[in-house]
Design a protein around this ligand. Sequence first.
Ligand code: MG
Length: 306
Amino acid sequence: MGEPIAFVEVGPRDGLQNLAAPVATTLKRELCERLFSAGIRRLECASFVSPAHVPQMADAEALIEAINPPEGATLDALAPNARGAERAVATRIDRVAVFVAATESFAQRNTRCSIAQCLDRARDVLRIARENGRRSRGYISCIADCPYEGPVPTRAVMHVARALIGAGFDEIALGDTIGSTGPADMRRLLRALKQEMPLARIAVHCHDTYGMAAASTLAAIEEGVRIVDGAVAGLGGCPFAPGAAGNAASEDLVFMLEGLGFDTGIDCTALAATGAWLTQTLGLPNASRTGPALLARPIAPRRKGV
Ligand code: MG
C-alpha cells in the first residue's frame, strides 16, 4: 500500500452547480452512489446557497437525505454565510466549506463584499460548524490569477490563508479559479505557506483551463500536499471567471496519483465509467483524458513508487 491521499470529489457540487439545465435529485443521488462505489470517501455534494442565485443547488437538503454514504465516507458542503451554515448543520454534513477570494475585485463580483467582510462571514460559518461538531474548510479562490486584477501576488493569498488558519479552519483549499497556476506558481506559493502553517491542512483545487491542472497538482504533491480535489469528467467552471474551463478531472488525477504509487482507495476504471455515464446522460463533453482512454483500452496505472 502506498502513502494515502485524501481525494475530494467535488463533482456533485462544483461540477453541476453552473449547468443551465436542472439536474434531477435522483440523478445526483445516482452519481453520488456511483462515486462511493468507485471508492470515493470524501464527497462535496451540495451547496447551501440561495436557490435564487444557484437554482441547481436548491435540492441540497433533499439530496443529502437521499444518499447513503458507506462506512468511513464523509460529506462536504459549501455554505457562503451564516444562513447557509445553519442549513448545513441541520443535515448530516460532516464538513462545511466557505469561500474567500484573494482579490478585492473577485470578492466583490462573486460575493458582493470586501475580503474583510468575506472573512467575517467565514468566521460565522466556522463558529456554526464548530458549535455543531462539524469540520471546516476554507477555500481561497484566485490563488494565481484574477479575471479582473491579473496576477495575484503571493502576499495576497498569504493574507487570506493566515486569517483562515488563524480563525481555526481545519483545512484550507487553494483554488486556482482561472486554471492558470502552473507548477512553478504552485511551488512558489506552497513554499511560502509551508513556512507558516502545516501542510497537512492544505488542499489543492485546480482547474484545467490551460491544461495545467495535473501538472500543478503534481507540483503540490511533490511539495508535500496530500489532500487533492477533482471533479469526475472534469465538469464545472466558474460563472464569474470568463473562459474558465472545468475542474481537474478526477480520473486524470487518480490515474496519475496511483501511477506515482499513492493510495487513493479509488478504482480508476469505475470512476471512468461514472464519468462516461454522467456525461452521456447529461449530453455534455467528457473533459477527462484518462476516462475515455481507460475505457477504450484498460490498463493499470504503472506503480513506480514516489
Ligand atoms: Mg472548482
